[in-house]
Unconditional design. Sequence first.
Length: 277
Amino acid sequence: MSIPRKRRSTGKVTIADVAQLAGVGTMTVSRALRTPEQVSDKLREKIEAAVHELGYMPNLAASALASASSHTIAMVVPNLAEAGCSEMFAGLQQILQPAGYQIMLAESQHRVEQEEKLLETLLASNIAAAILLSVEHSTTVRQWLKNASIPVMEMGAIRSDPIDMNIGIDNVAAMYELTEMLIQRGYQNIGLLCANQEQWIFQQHLHGWYKAMLRHHMSPNRVINAALPPIFLPARRNCRSFYWRGRSWTRWYAYRMSWPAARYTSANDGGSKFRTI
């Protein structure tokens, strides 16, 4: 006859330890922690005292799996160093934290396949919602998010067939208006430098750029699409290389580039010809 062995202790305080100290059942402790309004004040205070004394930390991942939901919102950004990402994260934190939600931040590095790997892991954690600072995803990711039945927000550009909700700008119109403004101010030899980004975004920018330049019978070919990310050192190299290739140009703009890098190049090489957008 085999003798059942006791489960080896992990050394971690469990919900059973809290229940024993408080003199109640584990279900009561679980209810008090998840929905404190469903237990009496006296009982809740006793359980809270036991939790505090033992230093118990609820296993949020296990709770999420058990309840098929969580208070964690996934946020996937292309690059944490890019302008706007940190501001977006801070703004969301201000709204979500007081409501009891936490943000799990991840970086896709402008790669669809990397985003797919990240979301496979995040969705397995039963996230409550997903915020994506991109609208280009693999077919697999789109299907996963649709099947997950959670709120999904795609940001950064307008998409005609969003997964759920979509907030963005018309990149074609934005680039057209910007280029048109420069031309109206009298600049003739204009150049455009774009940092590493998703191909679909670059195509939208080019569409607006070509539309404005050709409308005024100007050459739209002064364009460099850099392979390096828009953080300081790579952006500085991009800006300097771009400057030496276009020294005869009267105005050139760097899109999605590091502002400090562009300003550094402007001060040391380009003078007042360099602007970032």
